[in-house]
Design a protein around this ligand. Sequence first.
Ligand code: GRF
Length: 188
Amino acid sequence: MKRIAVFASGTGSNARCLLDYFRNSGEAEVALIVCNNPKAGVLQLAAETQTETLLLERERFSAGDAYVPVLQEKQIDFIVLAGFLWLVPEKLVRAYPDKIINIHPALLPKFGGKGMYGMHVHRAVIAAGETESGITIHYVNEHYDEGRYIAQVTCPVYATDTPEALAKRIQALEHAYLPETVLNVIGK
Ligand code: GRF
């Protein structure tokens, strides 16, 4: 049984999908929710589902041991970033080679990098006049949104779209594709 840690600091709708999907899978489980914001909605989800949590402190994460010993002690095999905004330090990338993936709500390499998250992404996509957007699931290295791609799934952007409407379409794609993609790569 693989033990997944989901790093999330937002509402955690993707974390919820992963929890639901793996609950009785027999192959993997979401064993830990890792968060850097004590007020994040995802912590409520953790409480609701009785999932263990780890609250990160910036200095230790970015310039200290990056919580590698803690994650190892909790026997975490695989990490999914779903709404986690801090740069993953090299120490953590090295400790989990090809075992950390991220989901990004656009078709990288466009609309990625520092500051490109949430509504900023969808606003930029619409402002650029794109007719297509989508999601990118990729391995994580020590640069924002730059690791090898695992999957990209597209959806249309309509001329009448508001950022909110596009966000909804993208979120549906994320929920539909993230859990299965994790299952496909987790054993590799
Ligand atoms: C998702 O759009 C994901 O692509 C991004 O952060 C968002 C997290 O949303 N990296 P949620 O907290 O899972 O609802």
